[in-house]
Design a protein around this ligand. Structure first.
Ligand code: ADP
Ligand code: MG
Length: 476
């Protein structure tokens, strides 16, 4: 007979290495930032040492360090705490100045070579002096000031400001902001919360993602603290829940949220929600919740138009202390059309490459960066796909653009498709011609010129072209 082994009171955690810990961090970080930012800012980091809960990571340069600190401090902090626990500390080492990039793997910095040695700032941000202090989760970087106004977000922004100035006091309760990914919902949620808090219009404010709400709810059940959990959320003046589509299928959480929602609304407190689709299209959510969501104001955010994209890029580069030449701004804005996070990704990548490779901020660099972005973020467009989308738009059978017909509406569609194929794929004029019933390259040149001239002369046509381009590039 064997006796059971004595069980220690403390759970024994197997020792982990710096690499394992950092890998776990990377797994979390990769879902929090764009692919491009991830590659640019997190993959080049080397884990150096783990001593207890002190993790040291090495970054390639001072600029790199400054950038991480400035832009990802909170994210890295939260991630490391999630992996190592609340008392974790992070130290940075900067690779010793090294004019030639080392061909071998970088030497791990010995302790004395560590130039920067900076642990976290205190974790809990308490903004209120009194006993009601709440950790609000608000990111102070997201404000109304740095949220660029455009046709695409006018209603959502105006509604958010109205609510921030008078939480619970407008008929916009709940305020639901919906729109595609990377279009500014989260930014607007934080801006609203920050403004209400800063102006004292709301004292108790909390921002949570629906996922965080769900996790906390489950934990509260497990630790038998459901009463505290409910009490906490019901004590808010302003409750902001981001990405409510992730409540889908989580019935118990939805049930709890439903009661929280009702309790807050009855007390005249403000609720603000965001979603990737309009409330009535939310799948896997209880009908009674959906009908609650619809009783205030629902405002959408659309993809930004060219002017707004330029303005956003301008603002973001200024925030980073840089003046991008106008032609570079316009080039990026013209080519990255459907998502503001991608726009930012390009900018960040430009800055990173400019700094790491000592290159000027020119169109050439922008082209290089875009090639990666376009390559990474979407599958390459095919000429067939462009033909299909264009014909769909003009309501023509796709065979016609490849046939000989010279009917006016077919000619317009054919030329437009050729033009877009030239613009949006890397195909040669010859290849494009071949896809259009074996026409030769001079026909394609002629088509491109015709479309350009037409777009210059005719506003309606130009708008059509822009809409089509958007449909094709957004794969809508
Ligand atoms: P979503 O939550 O809709 O996916 P985010 O709010 O995270 O999008 O926005 C993605 C990035 O784009 C953020 O860095 C945000 O600051 C920026 N952004 C979005 N809209 C605007 C805007 N109108 N002005 C300035 N920056 C914006
Ligand atoms: Mg978001």
């Amino acid at each position: 007979m064997t006796l059971p082994l004595p069980v220690s009171e403390h759970t024994i955690i197997p020792a982990r290495t710096a690499s394992e810990v950092w890998q776990q961090c990377l797994n979390i970080l990769k879902d929090q930032v764009s692919t491009l930012s991830f590659k640019t800012w997190f993959q080049p980091v080397t884990p150096v040492r783990l001593a207890g809960k002190d993790l040291t990571i090495q970054v390639p340069s001072q600029f790199f360090y400054d950038w991480l600190e400035e832009h990802y401090n909170a994210l890295i902090r939260d991630t490391i705490m999630a992996v190592l626990g609340e008392d974790a500390r992070l130290f940075y080492a900067i690779s010793a100045d090294n004019p030639e990039p080392a061909s071998a793997a970088p030497e791990i910095a010995p302790p004395q070579a560590v130039e920067q040695h900076r642990p976290f700032a205190p974790h809990v941000a308490l903004r209120s002096e009194n006993m009601l202090a709440v950790r609000d989760n608000l990111n102070p970087r997201y404000t109304f000031d740095n949220f660029i106004k455009g046709d695409c977000n006018q209603l959502a922004r105006a509604a958010a400001m109205a609510v921030a100035n008078n939480p619970g006091g407008t008929s916009f309760n709940p305020l639901v902001v919906y729109g595609g990914t990377g279009l500014g919902k989260t930014h607007l949620m934080h801006a609203l919360g920050n403004h209400a808090l800063a102006t004292g219009k709301a004292k108790r404010v909390i921002y949570v993602s629906s996922e965080k709400f769900t996790v906390d709810f489950v934990e509260a059940i497990q630790s038998d603290t459901l009463a505290e959990f409910s009490q906490f959320y019901r004590s808010m003046d302003l409750l902001i829940v981001d990405d409510i589509q992730f409540f889908a299928g989580k019935e118990k959480t939805q049930d709890n949220f439903f009661h929280t929602f009702n309790a807050l609304q009855q007390m005249g407190k403000q609720i603000v929600l965001s979603s990737d689709v309009p409330p009535k299209e939310l799948k896997g959510l209880d009908d009674r919740l959906i009908s609650r969501f619809q009783c205030g104001l629902t405002a959408d955010i659309q993809a930004p138009d060219l002017e707004t994209r330029i303005a956003i890029l301008q603002k973001k580069s200024q925030e980073n202390g840089l003046e991008l030449p106008q032609d570079v701004l316009e080039f990026i804005a013209a080519n990255v059309t459907n998502n503001i996070r991608e726009l930012e990704g390009c900018l960040i990548s430009m800055l990173a490459r400019a700094s790491l490779e000592s290159r000027e901020l020119t169109i050439d660099l922008a082209k290089d960066v875009l090639r990666i972005v376009v390559h990474e973020l979407r599958a390459p467009l095919t000429i067939e796909e462009i033909q299909r989308k264009v014909c769909e738009y003009y309501d023509l059978p796709v065979d016609l653009v490849r046939a000989k017909t010279r009917k006016q509406e077919v000619v317009v569609a054919r030329q437009t498709a050729m033009f877009l194929a030239k613009e949006l794929t890397n195909s040669s004029l010859k290849t494009i011609g071949l896809h259009f019933g074996g026409r030769d390259h001079s026909t394609v040149i002629h088509a491109c010129q015709a479309v350009e001239e037409n777009a210059k002369r005719d506003d309606a046509f130009r708008q059509q072209l822009e809409r089509l381009r958007k449909r094709i590039t957004m794969n809508a």
